[in-house]
Design a protein around this ligand. Structure first.
Ligand code: DX5
Ligand code: ZN
Length: 217
C-alpha cells in the first residue's frame, strides 16, 4: 500500500445500512471512525461499541479519530475494539509523547491531530513518535463543512520536516475534502485523505473513492 490513502469517514454513512455502506467502501485504504464526546467537541457520535461493529464489518484498517477529553482513559478500549491507528488531539492531553508511546506499546499506530487554531510548530520536533499526523481542515465536530485552505500551511511544514528527517510519518487531512479540494491538499504534501460527505453523500461510495484517488494521484 502506498499514498494516496483514501479514508472514508463513516460519520456521513447511513447508519440504517452501515454494513452496506462499508461493503461499498471496500476499495478504500482505511475506514475513518470519528469519536465525539459532546465535551471536547460540541457533537456526540458513537463509541467503542460501534467501533467494534465496524471492525467486524470490514477487513480494512480502522483509523480512529478521538475528539474526546481525557484520551488517556480510552485508548486501550478503542484498541481492544479494533482501532489500528489511534489519533488523539494534542489540545486534550498534557503529555502527548507519553500517550503516543503508550498507544504503540499497546500494539497500535499512534497519531495526533490539531484544531485549526493550534499551531503545528511545537510538534515538529516530536514526529518520530508518530505514525500519522491528522491536520484538521475544518473545526472538528461536524461533517459537511467547507475546507479551510489556510490549513495547508501545516501540511507543507509537516512535509518539509518529515522529508528533512527521513521519517515515514503519514500526513492525513480531514474536513471538506472532495473532488474540488483533494488535488490542492495532495499538492501541499498530504498522503492520506478523509472524506465523509464526498463519499457517502453521493449515493455511490465506490465510484466516489475511485474518483478521489485519481484526483489525489
Ligand atoms: C469532523 C470529522 C471529519 C468529518 C469529515 O470533525 O473529523 O472526519 O467526518 O466530514 P466531511 O468530509 O464531510 O467534511
Ligand atoms: Zn475525523
Amino acid at each position: 500500500m502506498s499514498a494516496p490513502y483514501i479514508a472514508p469517514s463513516i460519520l456521513a454513512a447511513d447508519f440504517a445500512v452501515l454494513g452496506e455502506e462499508i461493503c461499498a467502501s471496500a476499495q478504500a485504504d482505511w475506514i475513518h471512525v470519528d469519536i465525539m464526546d459532546g465535551h471536547f467537541v460540541p457533537n456526540l457520535s458513537f463509541g467503542p461499541g460501534v467501533t467494534g461493529v465496524v471492525d467486524k464489518l470490514t477487513d480494512l484498517e480502522l483509523d480512529v479519530h478521538l475528539m474526546i477529553e481525557e484520551p488517556e482513559r480510552w485508548v486501550e478500549t478503542y484498541i481492544d475494539a479494533g482501532a489500528d491507528t489511534v489519533i488523539f488531539h494534542v489540545e486534550a492531553t498534557d503529555d502527548h509523547v507519553a500517550l503516543a508511546r503508550r498507544i504503540r506499546e499497546l500494539g497500535a499506530k499512534a497519531g495526533f491531530s490539531l484544531k485549526p487554531a493550534t499551531p503545528i510548530e511545537p510538534y515538529l520536533e516530536h514526529l518520530e513518535h508518530y505514525d500519522e499526523v491528522l491536520v484538521m481542515s475544518v473545526e472538528p465536530g461536524f461533517g459537511g463543512q467547507s475546507f479551510m485552505p489556510d490549513q495547508l500551511e501545516k501540511v507543507r511544514a509537516l512535509r518539509e520536516a518529515i522529508d528533512a528527517r527521513g521519517l515515514d510519518t503519514i500526513i492525513e487531512i480531514d474536513g471538506g475534502i472532495n473532488a474540488k479540494t483533494i488535488a490542492e491538499a495532495a499538492a501541499a504534501g498530504a498522503d492520506a485523505f478523509v472524506a465523509g460527505s464526498a463519499v457517502y453523500g453521493t449515493g455511490d461510495p465506490a465510484r466516489a473513492i475511485d474518483e478521489l484517488r485519481s484526483l489525489a494521484s
